[in-house]
Design a protein. Structure first.
Length: 100
């Protein structure tokens, strides 16, 4: 039993619902396209920054290479002094942190 869903009032109620569904679908599609565009731009920016950071790291590595080797030689030839210096630096940094 019940009322059939045909007639003037049912059709007039159904049409705004269909229009609303279509509008929501269009808005959702526009939002998805905007998200895809933003994600693509973010990936490009990340790639650019990553490439620049990698180049800077390589340049710094080339610059400090000789200093690094002499530092390693000094630590290997004087291990007790190296431990003493690192202990002193640690105590000094701890004191500075505690003080602030």
């Amino acid at each position: 039993m019940g009322f059939p869903m045909s007639g003037g009032w049912a059709d007039s109620a159904r049409r705004p619902m269909q229009d609303a569904r279509e509008a929501i679908g269009e808005v959702g599609e526009a939002a998805r396209r905007g998200y895809d565009d933003a994600a693509h731009r973010a990936r490009q920016a990340y790639g650019d920054v990553s490439e620049r950071a990698r180049e800077a790291y390589d340049q710094v590595g080339d610059y400090i290479g000789p200093y690094r080797q002499s530092f390693e030689d000094a630590v290997v030839s004087n291990p007790v002094k190296a431990v003493g210096v690192s202990l002193a630096v640690g105590v000094f940094l701890g004191w500075l942190i505690k003080r602030s």
